[in-house]
Design a protein around this ligand. Sequence first.
Ligand SMILES: [Zn+2]
Length: 388
Amino acid sequence: MRLNLRLPEVKPDHIVIPKHCPTAGCNGKRFYPRQKVKKKVVDAKYKQVEAWRYQCGACEHTFRVYPQGVGKQHISQRVSGLGVMLYLLGLSYGAVAIVLESLGIGIGKTSVYRAVQAVAKKVPGMKQAHLLDGYRTRAVGADVTSVRCGGKWLQLGISVDAIQGLTLSIDSLPGEEAEQLKAWLEPILDAVDADVLVSDDADAFKKISDETGRAHQVCKSHVGRNTDALVEELSALIQSGHDHSLETILVSSEQALADLATLKKLIHSRQPEEQSEVEQLYLRYAAARKPAKGRRFDIAYRMRNLFLDRWTLWPRLTFYRTWRDAHGNLNLDGTNNHCERSIGWWVKERYRSMRGYKREQSALNVSRLIAHAGNHLSHGLDLARLIA
Ligand SMILES: [Zn+2]
């Protein structure tokens, strides 16, 4: 996890003269300072600041105006920000209260909890139903992860801009069925006007890309790893010589081992035009029959399935090699790494140091807040904007 947070400052002499009347429906434009009042604050530098009572020239309502970094609450924005920062770095609410107490800043853990949740609530976007206004990207990466919450597993769906890497949304999901994933993902693809979906090779995502008419890039790293593991396992089984299913389709062990080695080579060279070579591999095993119900899949049938799957997967695996964005650039790297990083850094890393979330809303709030901070790494996230 990388964070770049900027703490709110407290400036007792900096009072911004109001522009709007807080009374509902009042259009008052002139405000008159009436009285200076003292306000006690919990802050790292100041014990007390001065606020002003202003009066609206139109409705005569009076209201307080506070200096920069101080609001209605008795805790300064700097201290709230400090609490949020320490919590995001991995301390529990109670531990944050202890650290602040030891620095002479006495706020209880409930105040730390409220500060974190209040800031998280103000994070813009980050929800399927409310993405960043007007944000557009041609390619969306999506994945599912889970966290413990109230003694159960909570499924979270994460979507990212697969080109820039920004996190678009973190939502709770009712499950991982294709229909449930589609109900979550389709509105996101529509909202950002995406042409391409990037994902791992789960069938649900293939279905979503097909049914929503989006092109699909399946993560080349996932497929490469899975293929290598299967090639190794099947090669070892063939060499052990216990399975005679290859004889029934008239393929020698040597041929089968060579075909597996060829697939392993192709899966890493991954050129679009190599699809016909994968097809040729499949055709040698196409006659293999599914074993009777209840019997183990034999080598011949497993090889048939492996080659068939990789042959049909080929266009989704090599899509990134030829896809160009509106400016003619090759902008996809063929992996779903942006999404995996988003899960690792913004959802899992903070979560690791706790036994689980108590409330679903907290799990969403905290993950969205960290992801929002992650979207602001280059210039830093100004916490004052979320606290004020
Ligand atoms: Zn007024």
